[in-house]
Design a protein around this ligand. Structure first.
Ligand SMILES: CC(C)(COP(=O)(O)OP(=O)(O)OC[C@H]1O[C@@H](n2cnc3c(N)ncnc32)[C@H](O)[C@@H]1OP(=O)(O)O)[C@@H](O)C(=O)NCCC(=O)NCCS
Length: 158
């Protein structure tokens, strides 16, 4: 079967579509300025998924600081969900972070976002903390999840 999605690094020309994707995915989305700043950050790893027509249907942004990385945002267009694209974006960003020297990665997720939590847990993330009332619109706790990248690649390290 031909793969209908291509995952590639994000470029500045993606900003308009990324803004729409953010707005469709989150109740408290990043502004275009926040997205532009995150992508331009030299420590950022920003990937997008495009469909066969070149339309952006997914994105992920992460940042590496020394040997730790943080996933800042990940989203898949509503019509394209539950086809494995979120997990592919997650796996690719973890590989890219590992290649940049990160040994562990963490992220925050809304406590009620059970679909995303399931995806992260299947990828090896575990809950390591709670930030009470962290999110706005609606106010909600954040779970802090963490994943050791050297543990995920354990079989490659023999
Ligand atoms: C979270 C998100 C990126 C997942 O993208 P996706 O392409 O649908 O994810 P996948 O198809 O790769 O799903 C991977 C696994 O995650 C879990 N999962 C994902 N969405 C789920 C849902 N709505 N309900 C239950 N489980 C879900 C499942 O275990 C799934 O595997 P399965 O389909 O074999 O059962 C997408 O739902 C999204 O953009 N949500 C809005 C933004 C968001 O919440 N981002 C995370 C912020 S921390």
């Amino acid at each position: 079967m031909v793969d209908p999605f291509r995952i590639r690094p994000s470029v500045p020309a993606d900003l308009g579509e990324l803004t729409l994707l953010e707005a469709a995915a989150f109740s408290d989305p990043w502004s275009p300025a926040m997205i532009a700043e995150a992508i331009a950050d030299g420590a950022a790893v920003a990937l997008v998924a495009a469909d066969e027509g070149g339309r952006l249907v997914g994105s992920v942004v992460a940042r590496v600081v020394t040997d730790e990385a943080e996933i800042l945002t990940i989203a898949v267009a509503p019509a394209m969900r539950r086809r494995g694209l979120g997990r592919r974006l997650l796996d690719q960003v973890l590989s890219a972070l590992r290649a940049r020297g990160a040994r562990s990665v963490w992220l925050e997720v809304r406590a009620n976002n059970l679909g995303a939590r399931r995806m992260y847990e299947a990828a090896g993330f575990i809950a390591v903390g709670v930030r009470r009332g962290y999110y706005r619109r609606p106010t909600e706790d954040a779970l802090l999840l963490s994943c050791r990248l050297d543990a995920v690649t354990g079989t490659e390290m023999r």
